[in-house]
Design a protein around this ligand. Sequence first.
Ligand SMILES: Cc1cc2nc3c(=O)[nH]c(=O)nc-3n(C[C@H](O)[C@H](O)[C@H](O)COP(=O)(O)OP(=O)(O)OC[C@H]3O[C@@H](n4cnc5c(N)ncnc54)[C@H](O)[C@@H]3O)c2cc1C
Length: 469
Amino acid sequence: MKRIVIIGGGISGLCTAHYLVREFLESGKAAEIVLFEAEKVPGGKMRTIRESGFHMEWGPNGFLTNKPYSLELVKELGAENRLARSSDLARKRFIFSGGMLHRLPENPPAFFRSRLLSLRGKIRIAGELIAPGPPAGVDESLGDFARRRLGAEALEKLIDPMVTGIYAGDPDRMSLRSCFPLIYDLERKYGGLVKGMISLQRERRKAGEKREMSAGPGGILMSFDHGVQALTDILAGNVSGGLHLGVKVDRVVRREGKILLSLEENGLRGEIDTDVAVIATPAYAAAEMLGSLDSSLQTALAAIPYSPISVVALGYDKGTLGNPLDGFGFLIPRGERRKILGALWDSSVFPNRAPEGKALIRAMVGGVRGPELAALPSSELLALVRSELSATMGVTAEPVLSRTFFHERGIPQYLVGHGKALSRIEERLAANPGIHLNSNAYRGIALNDCVLQSRLTAERIARGIANNE
Ligand SMILES: Cc1cc2nc3c(=O)[nH]c(=O)nc-3n(C[C@H](O)[C@H](O)[C@H](O)COP(=O)(O)OP(=O)(O)OC[C@H]3O[C@@H](n4cnc5c(N)ncnc54)[C@H](O)[C@@H]3O)c2cc1C
């Protein structure tokens, strides 16, 4: 029987285990599946902290239904009854600009009424219809793309906050193609964004879909009754006997035709051999493990940078807030020079995130804009966030609860050249049969992307094993 070891028990590792079990069950063959997770709890970035009736997300607050993969997984797990749909307020998103919050316009009339952009900025966006086409043979940055199609003001007020909200990154360094492949394809297929959106809308209407295009991300934000950790808990429960928590893999080498892993658990060292190893850790951790096996692969992986981000969760008595938290939350363009990236009004989106009569806000600090701020000690972060919430939302109330969650290397940055780096990594993997990489460092950071890439990885492994038999 073949042994498959998965290293890392975030959504990518846990989903790979789930899909491998499915692949082998369907083929009627057996495989031993083992998963090592360095931390004492599974889930990686997907963790929900429950305290005094608040449910605070450590990282992600849900997945969108604009891609089907997470929803399909939930159905397959029989966990639909645990899903929580975001309230309609989730569609109401704000941008802080010029000292006030502006609602992100959802349709053309609202766009023309909005005071977020100047008349000149709006006219320039309307000029998207005749904007020049993409440069040939260039991995264009998001910043260059936005300037070319939508103008500098749209980049500053719309695209920069969007990139901050997803990647906590710098649009002038990030690759359009790697970060937003659908937008990249839309321009190439339809000749422009507006043309593309109109055509897609028509195609959807023809297919009987009622969903309207919107300025925010499409689809509905979904989570679970008691937070996103429910999903990774269910997946971890299904791996059961094969899951080993608190075990760090620090080296992957090859010996006598087998892959050999060095392990560390509570200061004790051990080894295990395997036919297949799936490294589902961040790229920097994979680089550390693979140094002795393939130094070129190590170099390529170590070159993928991460942005730091700290999350400050604040619970309030609703009555003291002085703000209805009437929406999803807000993001702040870089040009505003504020010290937080934005804040999510979690208890408006998923009401049970706070107990009756209370509200929960989570503010994001750091990113590539302010790495030094993300590293501040908790007490200073709290003071900084409180002063920023006062300046942006007028919230001066004393919180009844506060917690800080640090993601020192939080979100991988798909910089210009990421596609080429992936090709180099693929080349090295081809020279190292049995080694697979699967995490948010490569082909998408959203939970939907992690689920899809895990399924594809499991299918590739099952095919590889079947072909070699
Ligand atoms: C603040 C924040 C908010 C986010 N919000 C959203 C959102 O709302 N929606 C969304 O779709 N996405 C969101 N994301 C992105 C999403 O959470 C991540 O892309 C996803 O959870 C990554 O999963 P992963 O399994 O690839 O990596 P991780 O979750 O990082 O898991 C990797 C695992 O590998 C383990 N590991 C590392 N080294 C070793 C080793 N040597 N041996 C054994 N184990 C090891 C780690 O302990 C960890 O558990 C957010 C991310 C952050 C940081």
